[in-house]
Design a binder for this molecule. Structure first.
Ligand code: MOS
Length: 770
């Protein structure tokens, strides 16, 4: 029995991960493990210039290099020479006259007998170009003195306007107005498996692309467009994927395209697997975002008005920036009930590595801003930091900062109050005060953050927000599930199996969830935005419900009962009045086979149309929101500026638990990834636009050594359209972490932290100034 009084058979249980054994034993097939007869290896020759106009490409030396089979340039692109999905500013291969927008722009693809020889030859591709002054700084880019694409560097500008949004008047009735400026820098996804694809022409004489990816459909679309062939002639199969975190949303297309172009020209399988340096240099990061906040409150801490202006660095190409920065604008005012809101978020081009999707999509940066403001306000009003969040929190009947009326129960306040109890907040504060009184060079601090997060693609991405599933029951009673969503380490396969098990009564050990294949399930959109449990989960649920009806019919016939009398138990369908009169799941499968009942079904899930006014940035931004509250305890060495996160209390409203260990895994993993952002992961560019942080010796992500102790509270407030009420947890796990850690460090050192990552240099400066 769960907290909502519902009895579930499968969901919410602690189970082994479906593909866990293969991963642990090393028998999973990752892209690197796949080899094809007669395969060639691809390497990319890049411009290596941050800004300029391409004049000439010289491939002669590369062509004559050892082991080289061919060198492809723009002339070898049969279809559309364009890779950008959302913004058309990213040629697959530059041609003379084209703009070079960053050092990683593609000028040629080398095909060779080995990856090493391909890489060697790629370095021998030379270009002639007219240099243009590069722009690396986003403030400078805003001034449009040097323009990178089109007629302005400001590619996106989104707003949210609610209530009185005139910055001159909106603060009139406030007792206190607090201002602050914050900067959240780059972050690299740092998945352990670098990007990789193989393009091959298969048995059907169509292109099949295998690869490490989040979104097979993006790859399918991208490859078909660049090759100029029908979508039906491109089939994409996801290989086991060793982490993605947003970094394999659109990006795999940019590697599938070179591989497919080579396979197309040579009629041989083509493999492109990046090494770590290439991966870091050529793939998109989390956007650096500067925010400026002005928040007006009453003397008892209710927020009356909020103004935020923010600028995000998109890098040399737009890629997914519009989607990411729209997230920033929607979430910038925080998870609070605020009457008057005015937010402007700008996205600007610079001649640096493109920025794109990363777990949280532009929201961790703005939550760092607003949650720092909340702590600052609490401090100035001398009120409790958890209390101020509680009194401003969202609940049923209130509207979000975009004016979205919440007409269902939500667990926002529960995440706050349960974490306050769990952390023993009063006692904890006293302990920290006591510790700090008796320690001069080591100080402890407590940080709080509270967030909401729009689940799925929302009003701006609703054309992609639908997902499918195909489920069949084999005659031995085993179950096969195809979904359009991908497993990338987050536990999606296990979640799908649990949903199927809950509906059908079959044990999850008898359920297989296959690698996604675009040939079998219609375009289900990207596996991003914490949408997979909701979208693929509902699609699986709908398909299983159809199968259940068919199986009930067979069972009823066999047991000689009307169908309404059949109930599903664990691996058995029984007479509701006589639990001894049963037929096993397996026998129904066998009977269905002999009686020619086809046990397969599809499911398709979409959500009702959201109402959104883009001009005012007002309305229903997302179908629902997940909520979370973090309390963290940190220790700061005041002499070395070393910060250790000692303890985390994390409360998450997930709607309904489906995959219990999956949630724990997400919460711990997400927090630690957010902790890396807050404390350790500083990316650096040189003055020519090259990334200097090109391996894990300089990009220092957290290790097991830095793992804090966790206490996790799962709050279940079911969402009416979720599968069994479930929402999403993938990204809400990370989003509150940087803000709570920054607040805890601020508390420890007694000065406000205004930038992340909180590097030692920066923190030493903050400490020495106090
Ligand atoms: Mo993610 S940033 O939802 O791929």
């Amino acid at each position: 029995m769960n907290k909502n009084g519902t009895n579930f058979r499968a969901i919410g249980n602690k189970v082994n991960r479906l593909e866990g054994k293969e991963k642990v034993c090393g028998t999973s097939k990752y892209i690197k493990d796949l080899e094809f007869e007669d395969m060639v290896y691809v390497a990319i020759a890049t411009a290596n210039v941050a800004h300029g106009i391409l004049k000439f490409i010289d491939v002669e030396e590369a062509r004559g290099s050892e082991g080289v089979i061919d060198v492809l340039t723009h002339e070898d692109v049969p279809g559309k020479n364009e890779m950008g999905d959302v913004v058309a500013d990213y040629p697959a291969l530059l041609k003379p006259g084209d703009k070079i927008a960053y050092v990683g722009d593609y000028v040629a693809f080398v095909a060779a007998e080995s990856p090493e020889l391909a890489r060697k030859a790629a370095k021998k591709v030379h270009i002639v170009y007219d240099a243009l002054p590069p722009v690396f700084d986003m403030d400078e880019a805003m001034m449009d003195k040097v323009i990178i694409h089109g007629d302005t560097n400001i590619k996106t500008h989104y707003v949210v306007k609610k209530g009185e949004y005139d910055p001159e008047r909106m603060f009139e009735n406030c007792d206190l107005v607090v201002e602050g400026e914050f900067f959240a820098d780059y972050q690299e996804q740092a998945y352990l498996e670098p990007q990789g694809v193989i393009a091959t022409i298969d048995l059907n004489n169509t292109f099949t692309v295998y690869g490490s990816m989040q979104c097979p459909y993006y790859v399918q679309n991208g490859v078909a467009e660049v090759l100029g062939i029908p979508y039906s002639d491109v089939r994409v199969i996801q290989t086991e994927t060793g982490g993605a975190f947003g970094g394999k949303e659109d990006v795999p297309t940019y590697f599938a395209v070179p591989a497919a172009l080579v396979a197309n020209k040579l009629k041989r399988p083509a493999k492109l697997c990046l090494d770590r340096e290439e991966d870091l240099q050529l793939t998109s990061k989390r956007h650096p975002i500067k925010t400026r906040y002005k928040v007006g409150v009453t003397d008892y801490g209710r927020i009356r008005a909020l103004r935020c202006e923010a600028v995000g660095d998109m890098g040399g190409h737009g890629t997914l920036s519009p989607i990411v920065l729209w997230r920033s604008v929607v979430h910038a005012a925080g998870a609070y009930d605020i009457k008057n809101v005015s937010v402007d978020v700008y996205g600007v081009y610079t001649n640096k590595v493109p920025c794109g999707a990363y777990r949280g999509f532009g929201s961790p940066q703005v939550f760092f801003g607003i949650e720092s403001m909340m702590d600052q306000i609490a401090q100035e009003l001398n009120i409790d930091r958890i209390h101020i969040r509680e009194i401003n929190a969202l609940e049923k009947g209130k509207t979000t900062p975009t004016g979205h009326l919440l007409n269902e129960d939500i667990g926002a306040k529960d995440t706050i109050t349960k974490i306050r109890d769990r952390a023993k907040w009063e006692t904890l504060q006293k302990e920290v005060d006591q510790f700090n009184k008796t320690h001069k060079y080591v100080k402890r601090g407590l940080g709080v953050s509270h967030i909401h997060y729009g689940v799925a693609l929302g009003a701006m991405g609703q054309r992609l927000d639908a997902s499918g599933a195909f489920v069949q029951v084999f005659k031995d009673g085993t179950v096969g599930i195809q979904i359009g969503g991908t497993e990338m380490g987050q536990g999606a396969k296990t979640t799908m199996a649990l949903i199927a098990s809950e509906i059908l009564g079959q044990d999850i050990s008898k359920i297989r969830v296959y690698q996604p294949d675009t040939a079998f399930v219609p375009d289900s959109g990207p596996t991003v935005a914490s949408r997979t449990t909701l979208f693929s989960g509902n699609a699986v649920k709908l398909a299983c419900e159809k199968l259940l009806e068919k199986m009930k019919e067979v069972a009823a016939k066999h047991l000689n009962l009307p169908r309404e009398k059949i109930v599903v138990g664990e691996r058995y369908f029984c007479d509701v009045e006589n639990p001894k009169s049963c037929i096993s799941f397996r026998d129904i499968a066998l009977l269905s086979d002999t009686e020619n009942v086809g046990l397969s079904a599809t499911g398709w899930f979409k959500t009702p149309k959201l109402h959104w006014d883009i001009e005012k940035g007002f309305g229903e931004a997302y179908v629902t929101y997940s909520f979370a509250t973090n309390v963290v305890l940190v220790e700061v060495d005041m002499l070395t500026a070393h910060v250790q996160v000692l303890k985390v209390f994390a409360g998450h409203d997930v709607g309904q638990t489906i995959n219990l260990d999956g949630i724990y895994g997400q919460v711990q993993g997400g927090f630690v990834q957010g902790m890396g952002y807050a404390l350790y992961e500083k990316l650096k560019h040189d003055d020519k636009g090259n990334l200097l942080t090109t391996n894990f010796n300089t990009l220092t992500i957290p290790t097991i050594q830095e793992m804090p102790e966790f206490e996790i509270e799962i709050i279940e407030t079911p969402f009416s359209k979720g599968p069994f009420g479930a929402k999403g947890i993938g990204e809400p796990s990370l989003i509150p972490a940087p803000a709570s850690i920054a607040n805890a460090v601020s508390h420890a050192v007694g000065k406000r932290i205004t930038q992340i990552p909180i590097t030692k240099d920066y923190l030493l400066k903050v400490i020495s100034e106090s």
